[in-house]
Design a protein around this ligand. Structure first.
Ligand code: ARG
Length: 575
């Protein structure tokens, strides 16, 4: 294992040089080179530091070059423009990084200080069936959880399902009716219809509505019979979710479910505590906290409601209790909420109040990992042709069957079993990758054609690159020479440089919770491999060159496979 990433290494060396050159503490601003002519990396800190010290930036840059110790790392350092330092890494250094990565289960990624990280994701409302709105949270959250676990953190997955509230009175009451009619199993087969039918009953029949309200009270009061019905409903609803998790290959299990109801007993205590701290104000009968940090349209402090007029609690109240649980019981260092961007204000207010009320220590990071809406190709929120919400199960099945057709067309020789396996990996991979490869905060257009394309930044392209590499090894067979990676050709240098960046990309992806960083990197890596493959014949070379190139290909394959794995996408041997 390497003890530092490439950026960490260059940063440390150049920071020391800035200090030695008379600019102590200056940030060296190390970045990948903007263009290949500029070398591999650039240190752009001289301009900023010189300005502060009222020095000439090119002179400072020269002093940094005179002092920097990059022996064994870089061949040439050059000053460009107003004081950029261009860094060309040495072939031997890149080769040694590649050899170290190849020998390491973590591919040379140094493990950061271990943290406990909560990832709150998927978190559907169990009253209804999961819909496309939950797809992004499920996919993004799962990728982040895998990534953080890869970096050695303790990841606590939390499926904060909506399993509490007045809807469940209506649903359990309707369950009793259906039970009496002997329809339960059939009725629960389609939760969407079940919910709709219950709502129709609720709106049409005052007697049923009264029963439903009675059930809410009983449910909250802990009535054994109603609780059992509620539990029965939740079980069915959760198994619907789990069917989707299985199809998606998402790692959530029952043990990760900790829904709103889990915090129920704590809600009166939260409200009492806020009251005791003098944070609570009664406003039109409701209990609210006024937050000066947030102004409403009239310029007055926004009210964060924690208890309704009728005594009922809200989403906000249970999220406050959740905060206390995650800090007080789980002792997490970082809590990620992978939730639709439209809930942004809720989370900002929650975090502000949580800190004010002392529910989270100052050094615990709270992050709303917000994402935009999934749009149809018509530019409107994704719906079926008739305007209904799209059922996730159907969407995922369609992905697999489209991939099946595609694979059958591209490779008619594959046997049916392999074809199905490939279709599964490509179809699900395409859906996930299309989502993960876009900046998550923007809305994105769901397009079958572009996500299933074999060209461009798509899952099939990356999976295909993996099969190309596997193909090289199938052809290579047993090798006579076993030699480490050695680099001489520019295309080898470029590929090894790309490989050496993996750790920094993984770190940045985890730090910013932005999976598209990793996607962009994998695409770049695959592209660089294809260039290397064209420029440096592998199987036509011999001896140590052959061995070295094979090893480079092997590391590329492992890096692509690991990277895809961190995104929850399967790599393929053949397709
Ligand atoms: N159930 C919510 C929804 O479907 C998402 C919950 C997110 N997590 C949280 N702690 N609020 O919108």
């Amino acid at each position: 294992m390497n003890d530092s990433t490439l950026l960490q290494l260059l940063n440390a060396r150049f920071a020391a040089a800035f200090t030695a050159a008379g600019a102590p503490g200056a940030n060296p601003v190390i970045q990948p080179a903007a263009r290949p002519e500029f070398g591999d990396y650039q240190a752009n800190g001289a301009m900023g530091a010189a300005k502060q010290l009222k020095k000439n930036p090119r002179e400072l840059a020269q002093a940094v070059i005179d002092h920097v110790d990059v022996s064994g790392i870089a061949d040439t350092l050059e000053i460009a423009g107003p004081g950029f330092i261009n860094i060309k890494l040495s072939d031997a250094f890149l080769a040694s990084r590649a050899n170290a990565a190849l020998a390491d289960a973590k591919l040379g990624v140094p493990l950061p200080a271990k943290q406990t990280v909560v990832v709150d994701y998927s978190s559907p409302n169990l009253a209804k069936e999961m819909h496309v709105g939950h797809l992004r949270s499920t996919i993004i959250g799962d990728a982040l959880a895998r990534l953080l676990a890869f970096l050695g953190h303790d990841v606590v997955r939390q499926n904060h399902v909506g399993d509490w509230g007045t809807q469940f009175g209506m649903l359990t009451a309707y369950l009793v009716e259906q039970d009496r009619a002997g329809n339960t199993a059939i009725a629960l087969d389609d939760l969407e219809n079940f919910y709709r039918a219950a709502k129709v009953r609720f709106d049409a029949d005052p007697a049923f509505a009264d029963t439903a309200r009675e059930y809410v009270v009983k449910l909250q009061g802990g009535d054994a019979q109603v609780r059992a019905l509620w539990q029965q409903f939740l079980d069915v609803s959760l198994s619907h979710c789990e069917a989707i998790y299985r199809k998606l290959g998402v790692q959530l299990t029952r043990a990760d479910v900790r829904g709103e109801s889990a915090y129920n007993d704590d809600l009166p205590r939260v409200v009492a505590d806020l009251r005791q701290q003098g944070l609570l104000v009664e406003d039109q009968g409701a209990q609210v906290v006024f937050l000066d940090e947030f102004k409403n349209k009239e310029g007055e402090p926004a009210a964060y409601i924690v208890q309704k007029q009728d005594g009922g609690y809200l989403y906000s109240t249970s999220d406050l209790a959740t905060l206390r649980y995650r800090s007080g019981t789980l002792h997490c260092n970082r809590s990620l909420y992978v939730v639709d961007a439209r809930q942004g204000l809720h989370f900002q207010q929650l975090f502000t109040l949580g800190r004010k009320a002392g529910y989270v220590p100052a050094d615990m990071q709270l992050e709303h990992v917000a994402f935009g809406t999934m749009m149809g190709e018509d530019g409107r929120p994704f719906k079926t042709r008739s305007g209904d919400t799209v059922k996730l199960v159907e969407l995922l099945d369609e992905a697999v069957s489209r991939a099946h057709a595609l694979v059958s067309e591209k490779n008619p020789d594959l046997d049916e079993a392999t074809r199905q396996q490939v279709a599964q990996a490509v179809g699900i991979g395409a859906v996930k990758y299309a989502d993960l490869s876009k900046h998550r905060t923007s809305d994105y257009v769901f397009s079958w054609d572009s996500m299933l394309s074999f060209e461009g930044n798509t899952a099939p392209y990356l999976q295909y690159a993996c099969t190309r590499i596997a193909g090289v090894f199938r052809k290579a067979g047993e090798l006579a020479v076993d030699a480490p990676i050695a680099i001489t050709e520019p295309a080898e240098h470029a590929l090894a440089l790309e490989l050496a960046r993996f750790a920094d990309v993984v770190n940045a992806t985890a730090a910013e919770a932005l999976p598209h960083f990793l996607c962009g990197y994998l695409y770049q890596l695959a592209t660089q491999f294809m260039r290397f493959y064209e420029a440096c014949p592998i199987l036509k070379s011999e001896g140590t060159v052959l061995a070295s190139r094979l090893q480079l290909a092997k590391l590329t394959g492992k890096t692509l496979e690991t990277g895809l794995g961190l995104l929850g996408i399967e790599a393929l041997e053949a397709m």
